[in-house]
Design a protein around this ligand. Structure first.
Ligand SMILES: NC(=O)c1ccc[n+]([C@@H]2O[C@H](COP(=O)([O-])OP(=O)(O)OC[C@H]3O[C@@H](n4cnc5c(N)ncnc54)[C@H](O)[C@@H]3O)[C@@H](O)[C@H]2O)c1
Ligand SMILES: [Zn+2]
Length: 343
């Protein structure tokens, strides 16, 4: 097991720890476990030891109704200010659990057992949580870190293959923006990683979490450097919200598009742009989409990361190095039209 402690957030991530050891991490408080229907189906024997609440699966449930239902159940079962919430699931469950814990009775302590690759490498670090507002992703939320996150590679064995690939989209992003060595590791071990080799997965999750931790520690409220984690996400979110692609798949398409812009705007070499596409394809991630430029552009206007008339867009200078460029939204919209016409 490897431990990463985020000093400023007083939050610890335990990579390679067994979820079965959870009792060692829970405080002496009344604990409520929150999970979704899939997690309950796979891990009911474990979950039945807790007072638990099951929410519906999928982004469509990341909304106010779910928050109200969970708060209703917590009240019914006598939760109070001294209770502890344990989210067991992917990014959906952790975002919702963290949000409920942050607002219920002005805030409870909480922790996660992170069950998807995407949540282990991304949603587990950084203290962001929240819900969607209609079709707008993560519009309502708060920065508030969990006490702990358990990332057990064993849990990934039951994760559907498509979700595994989606998680790799996010890991690959970390490599592209910050770590050429991680790029080489992914490139050299693709097959074993796709087969979830436990030792390699522990190493991989640790490396990805370390990168995100370093970035988040330097910029907890996303004022500067942390924006680089949004590589592939600005257009990716627009595509995710208007297609059947998963988060990691949409980010893969978004990274391909951002690389095309990087070639034009910050001299990303053709060979590095090809390396980006090749690695994404090796991990069976898509590069193409069928969302119209108009739909993407309508979404960009509502992006919560935009300023009044500009947007901070993340480009790649080379493998392992990203840069933040402030683009006028009108210019980005024109570029999106050109990119969509090419594909
Ligand atoms: N807070 C953050 O910093 C942050 C970062 C990235 C993503 N997110 C959010 O996370 C969500 C996406 O996360 P996700 O990809 O984990 O989605 P998810 O939580 O919806 O999980 C994907 C699917 O896999 C199932 N699943 C998860 N773990 C499983 C397991 N071990 N075995 C079997 N099935 C399992 C889930 O039930 C679900 O059907 C989005 O809402 C996104 O906005 C948040
Ligand atoms: Zn993401």
């Amino acid at each position: 097991m490897k431990t990463i402690h985020i000093e400023k957030q007083n939050s610890s991530i335990f990579v390679g720890e067994s979820y079965l050891n959870i009792k060692n991490y829970l405080p002496e408080k009344k604990c409520f476990l929150i999970c979704d229907e899939n997690i309950y189906r796979h891990y009911s024997e474990f979950i039945n030891q807790f007072d638990y609440i099951v929410m519906g699966c999928g982004e469509g449930n990341k909304n106010w109704q779910t928050i109200e239902k969970i708060i209703g159940q917590l009240l019914e079962r006598g939760a109070d200010r001294n209770s502890f919430l344990l989210g067991m699931g992917g990014g959906l469950v952790s975002d919702v659990t963290g949000f409920v814990a942050s607002i219920f009775m002005r805030g409870l302590e909480f922790g996660f057992i992170s069950t998807s690759l995407l949540s282990q490498v991304d949603a587990s670090v950084g203290g962001k949580n929240g819900i969607n507002f209609g079709k707008l992703k993560n519009m309502i939320g708060i920065f508030n870190p969990p006490k702990f996150v358990i990332c057990d590679p064993v849990l990934l064995q039951t994760l559907p293959k498509r979700e595994v690939r989606s998680g790799f989209g996010e890991v690959i992003k970390h490599a592209f923006i910050k770590d050429e060595d991680l790029y080489n590791f992914l490139n050299d071990n693709c097959e074993a990683l796709l087969n979830l080799d436990p030792n390699l997965m522990e190493d991989l999750v640790y490396r990805a979490v370390s990168i995100k931790t370093e970035v988040v520690e330097g910029d907890p409220f996303e004022k500067g450097e942390r924006k680089k984690l949004n590589f592939g996400h600005t257009i990716g979110h627009a595509i995710e919200n208007n297609s059947d692609l998963t988060h990691g798949e949409a980010v893969s398409v978004g990274m391909n598009l951002a690389c095309q812009l990087s070639q034009e705007l910050c001299e990303l070499s053709n060979s590095d742009a090809k390396k980006v596409d090749d690695l994404l394809q090796k991990f069976e991630l898509p590069l193409e989409h069928d969302v119209s430029a108009d739909t993407i552009n309508q979404y960009l206007i509502k992006d919560k990361k935009k300023n009044r008339s500009t947007i901070d867009f993340i480009l790649l200078k080379k493998i392992g190095e990203a840069t933040i460029v402030t683009l006028p939204i009108e210019e980005l919209k024109t570029k999106v039209i050109a990119l969509c016409a090419k594909s």
